[in-house]
Design a protein around this ligand. Structure first.
Ligand code: ADP
Length: 473
């Protein structure tokens, strides 16, 4: 048994013992006192009726002659023993026929119930309880002082069978208390085991997860707080597993990305050293370009890791996004001209200002423009547009880069913002793409409190939009 179950068991046992013990004790006391009162009431009535019968007898026969038979009849099935003395204390009747003719002492006289007829003392009646019967230890035995004269002989007389009944009742109370206690203890232990079982399962799974078994889950079979705990645990395990998988994928992707340019550099250098290639401008340029790819890749990796961990430092200022777009359009126009692509821009007046990091916003725009230029054939068109737009009820500015290039297949569209995702892997790589450009754009836009999304029709072109919240004025 675990320590928690010891504690629950201890607490339950204590509670059950205390509550059952106290309740049974109180019930016992109450039953005993109620029972005694009931008996006393019955006894008082009995003695009063005996007194009145004896009074009638005395009045009728002017004495106690032959009263013994009547007394025996009067006792009937009542417990104990009736003794009658005359006014002087001489015993004239005894339901056990033992003391007739004996003289009572003063003490016993005072314990008897006086029978008086029309103001004349006729005698004393003694009712000796069952405990005293036959013992001869005194008439007063078992008698308690009554509230009135006639109550004297009646008070506290409990016959053997009545005492047995009382004992029986008390035993029943203790027994039912004990049984109720056992039932409560059993139920409590059942409940405790229902709490402890899922907790144990949780701790087992937690240990396995710590040991690297990230696919571990616990069964959720209740809707209470324990069920919620199990569900949260499973969520945590799920996100640990997802994170671990994406970490492994990232490492594999990085290794893969590094290998291609390094292989080219190594192969070219080996060729030059072996005398297969000339150390001429062409081969040195290959080495330089692949080194540049590596440098860009490392820079992109750094950017994305900073952005993903929320550690990207943004130098936020209030700025006019139109300026950035104009500058980027100007730079891209040289390349566009080289590729015979028309670059148009639509920048309206009175645009809201945004708060952002100018370098990063330049980077986002440059990335989108460079992608558009790469995926638009000669004679195509790229347009840059800006407009004030509400996004999810918040005012801001939307920047759109639209091209009429090759477009993106619908199956690829939901993934293009993922790290290292490329639609046409070999072509993208040969064009120097790391597959990180759009992932960086997404992270940067989100770091500004913005969003980025793409729309595309295969063979018709694509539009990449990013939205930034307007500065608070
Ligand atoms: P890369 O640096 O390899 O271009 P990106 O993350 O910038 O990687 O882009 C991911 C993929 O999205 C690219 O492989 C490319 O196929 C596709 N893509 C991006 N921009 C465009 C566009 N304007 N038109 C068509 N496809 C695009």
């Amino acid at each position: 048994m675990s320590r928690l179950s010891y504690k629950i068991f201890g607490a339950l046992l204590l509670t059950v013992l205390l509550s059952v013990g106290l309740t049974s004790f109180a019930a016992n006391q109450l039953t005993a006192s109620q029972f005694r009162q009931y008996i006393i009431r019955g006894n008082t009535e009995f003695i009063t009726s005996v007194e009145s019968a004896l009074g009638t007898y005395y009045a009728q026969y002017q004495g106690w002659d032959n009263v013994n038979g009547v007394l025996i009849q009067l006792l009937g099935s009542n417990g104990g023993r009736l003794v009658l003395s005359d006014a002087s204390g001489l015993i004239v009747a005894d339901t056990q026929n033992k003391w007739i003719g004996y003289q009572t002492d003063e003490y016993s006289l005072s314990n008897g119930t006086l029978i008086s007829i029309s103001g004349t003392d006729a005698g004393y009646l003694y009712w000796i309880g069952s405990q005293g019967s036959g013992s001869g230890s005194g008439y007063g035995k078992g008698m308690q002082s009554g509230q009135n004269n006639s109550g004297n002989a009646a008070a506290g007389i409990i016959s053997e069978s009545q005492q047995q009944l009382l004992d029986e009742m008390n035993r029943s109370i203790w027994l039912s208390g004990g049984l109720a206690g056992l039932a409560a203890l059993g139920l409590g232990l059942l409940l405790a085991s229902q709490i402890i079982r899922p907790l144990k399962a949780l701790s087992r799974s937690a240990r396995r997860i710590a040991g690297g078994e990230l696919s571990q889950r616990v069964k959720v079979d209740s809707r209470d707080e324990l069920g919620e705990l199990a569900e949260s645990f499973n969520h945590m395990a799920q996100s640990l597993e997802t994170n671990e998988q994406s970490r492994q994928r990232l490492l594999a992707d990085i290794a893969h990305e590094l290998r291609t340019p390094l292989t080219v550099i190594e192969g070219t250098v080996d060729g030059i050293l072996d005398g297969v290639f000339e150390a001429d401008a062409q081969h040195l340029t290959t080495i330089k370009e692949e080194s540049a790819t590596l440098t860009r890749l490392i820079k992109d990796l750094r950017d994305i890791s900073l952005a993903e961990s929320g550690k990207l430092k943004l130098e936020m200022t209030q700025l006019d996004i139109a300026d950035i777009i104009r500058r980027q359009a100007k730079q891209a126009s040289i390349l566009a001209k080289d590729k015979s692509i028309a670059l148009l821009s639509d920048i309206p007046a009175n645009l809201s200002t945004v708060t952002g990091d100018a370098t990063r916003l330049n980077q986002i725009t440059a990335n989108l423009l460079s992608n558009a230029l790469r995926h638009t054939p000669a004679g195509g068109q790229i347009s840059l547009s800006l407009k004030n737009m509400l996004y999810r009820d918040k005012p801001g500015i939307m920047v759109s880069v639209t091209d009429n290039g090759e477009g993106i297949p619908p199956a690829d569209l939901p993934h293009i913002f993922d790290r290292f995702y490329r639609v046409n892997t070999s072509r993208a790589r040969s064009e120097g793409g790391s597959g990180l450009g759009l992932a960086i754009v997404k992270e940067m836009a989100e770091a500004h409190g913005g969003y980025v999304w793409a729309e595309s029709l295969l063979g018709k072109g694509s539009t990449f939009n990013y939205w930034l919240p307007a500065s608070h004025t």
